[in-house]
Design a protein around this ligand. Sequence first.
Ligand code: GRF
Length: 187
Amino acid sequence: MVKKNTCIFISGYGSNLQTLIKKSRDYNFPAKIKLVISNNLNAKGIFHAKKNSIPYYIVNTQKRNYDYELLKEIKKYKISLICLAGYMKIIPDRFIKNFRKKIINVHPSLLPKYKGLKTYERVIKNKDIVTGCTIHYVSKNLDSGQIILQKKFFVKKDDDISVLKHKTQKLERKAFFESIIQIFRYT
Ligand code: GRF
């Protein structure tokens, strides 16, 4: 199988990155992780890139026109798909337009519910019965692009923020994996 070159953007732990690197070794998985981008020099996730000899690039989002340099870097690797996996910065609209390929994001709620931050807090505050995660295409409005896949679970009475986070992130890893298969198989 000819695998599509994929780039993962991270800001922190990179648990989604870790799983994707592992899964990408499956013969049948359609993506190969060619590049990791982090906006945070100290992101723990960079360790996974280093350990697996995957090139990584630290982007300085404070720099004017940083998106041009970033795009130049990404183009070197002939990237077909960008996965935002815990990337905590907004992607400039100009970058989305210039990249012209697919960009997907993982979000820890059942969109369109709870766009933005503090999703677990809002689930608890509103006494939601069900929550989960969403994989969606990235568009110019935050957490608003077309939904690819969602995974849900029932919230238990005693679930606190850390329990919700744990359960949601477990589903995120599965959802990412399945979405990438879906994207490359059906589009
Ligand atoms: C994920 O839960 C994602 O939904 C959120 O940030 C978290 C990052 O996790 N936006 P990791 O860096 O992949 O461990």
